[in-house]
Design a protein around this ligand. Structure first.
Ligand SMILES: Cc1cc2nc3c(=O)[nH]c(=O)nc-3n(C[C@H](O)[C@H](O)[C@H](O)COP(=O)(O)O)c2cc1C
Length: 412
């Protein structure tokens, strides 16, 4: 018999063939798969494996109107709207009759944090320790959510964080091109900006080239390679008329770059200034986690300081973003734009990050997940879901405009 993972609706387990990557010999029946099994694509539990009859999936009633097609439809278009949001919501509850729609927090394969993932955990805990104060007695106003960044009007103060590495991090089920395209186009269709990173397994020009194909709508982030190399990449980005150019300074700790024997370096204050001076485009320095470094970014003449620990993917046992953001904001707010990320998942999280001092909140892992399953449509859908919650959060905390999101709407 064949079984399909009902969480991602992509992975198929064939009992006859077994699965060598999962150490399952041919003729291993589903009942004999160990409980430690996790779907190699989405990380869902064994209870999500549902039997396939003649390569057809029996869908639940509420899914029928949306997708009532055969398996090939699911696999080709399998990145469809319905599956788009899978993998984003809470933990699988283990109930075999319940289509599990998620995996354990931080567990998606290849997307965890460095080492023991303590920094990733710190991001989550630091942000969640803040709670929103509810205030509803005030004349009613539709909150003003749109904003403007680098002269571009955005529907909401959030963007996609730069991502890359479809092969090592997303189990090679989507090409690097498709990942970048989904992130960029989904963000644009929603009304915000998509950012792309770069990975050593493809050309470091790939992300910026795809932004070029998207008529410049997007921001490339380059790893901190040699100054010569970076300046050439900045020149290419400028030629392709991107919105701004970023460097993820924490990329100096990237394991992928080390494994691929590509050199990445710490950057000095002079290096930062040289990069800012070599382009007419706005420059963003990412992976800033201290007021001291933030001041150096301001002094370099950059246009934005991106507070992040790279999603906990470089330094283990580090601080959480929400722990350091207020001190950084106190030092540099009003001098330069402040971007921040780190387990921002909902509109409620966005409001908290803004209240802690950021001008823009950025969302990482969930976009990679939805992009893999639903392409740009799912990315757009996810942003809409964040927008809905942000609007609700603003109404319920008495915020009429984004500037009202200050520390006084938070409590610990
Ligand atoms: C799969 C994956 C790939 C990433 N690739 C890059 C990259 O190429 N450049 C970069 O600046 N950051 C990269 N990041 C870090 C994100 O930009 C961001 O800082 C982090 O994911 C934010 O945390 P969140 O995932 O909890 O929202 C990557 C993160 C993930 C999960």
């Amino acid at each position: 018999m064949k079984y399909i993972c009902m969480n991602c609706k992509i992975f198929i387990y064939d009992e006859e063939k077994g699965d060598s990557k999962l150490n399952l010999n041919p003729h291993t029946n589903v009942e004999n798969i160990p409980d430690s099994y996790r779907c190699p694509i989405c990380g869902a539990l064994k209870c999500c494996l549902h039997q396939l009859n003649d390569d057809k999936i029996s869908l639940k009633n509420d899914e029928k109107g949306v997708v009532d097609k055969d398996l090939n439809y699911y696999r080709d278009e399998g990145r469809n709207l319905l599956t788009g949001l899978c993998g984003v919501y809470p933990v699988c509850d283990g109930d075999p009759d319940h289509t599990c729609t998620g995996q354990k927090y931080g567990a998606p394969i290849g997307m965890g944090g460095a080492g023991q993932a303590k920094t990733f955990e710190a991001n989550y805990k630091a942000l969640q320790q803040f709670r929103l104060k509810m205030k509803v007695i005030k004349s009613h106003k539709e909150p003003e959510i749109s904003t403007s960044i680098f002269g571009k009007k955005l529907k909401a103060p959030f963007m996609g964080a730069p991502l890359s590495g479809a092969k090592p991090s997303l189990n090679d089920i989507i090409s690097e091109e498709d990942l970048y395209w989904g992130l960029l186009k989904g963000a644009q269709l929603f009304g915000t900006i998509g950012n792309v990173g770069n990975t050593p397994s493809t050309s470091e020009k790939l992300g910026v080239t795809i932004i070029g194909k998207n008529k410049g709508w997007g921001i490339p982030f380059f790893k901190p390679q040699s100054q010569d190399r970076l300046i050439k990449l900045f020149q290419l980005a400028e030629k392709l008329d991107v919105i701004a150019i970023g460097v993820d300074l924490g990329g100096v700790g990237s394991t992928y770059w080390a494994h691929n024997k590509k050199r990445v370096y710490r950057k000095s204050e002079d290096d930062l200034q040289e990069l800012v001076d070599c382009t007419g485009k706005p420059v963003i320095f990412k992976d800033i986690m201290s007021p001291d470094d933030a001041m150096k970014v301001v002094d370099s003449g950059a246009d934005a300081c991106y507070v992040s620990n790279h999603g906990g993917r470089v330094l283990d046992c580090g601080q959480g973003v929400a722990e350091v953001l207020p001190d950084i904001a106190e030092e540099i707010s009003g001098k330069i734009l402040i971007f921040a990320d780190g387990t921002v998942r909902t509109g409620f999280d966005v409001l908290k990050i803004l209240a802690l001092g950021a001008d823009v909140a950025l969302i990482g892992r969930p976009l990679a997940q939805v992009c893999v399953s639903g392409g740009y449509e799912a990315v757009k859908m996810y942003f809409n879901y964040v927008l809905d919650d942000l609007r609700r959060a603003m109404i319920l905390t008495g915020c009429d405009k984004l500037e009202d999101a200050k520390m006084n709407i938070l409590t610990v």
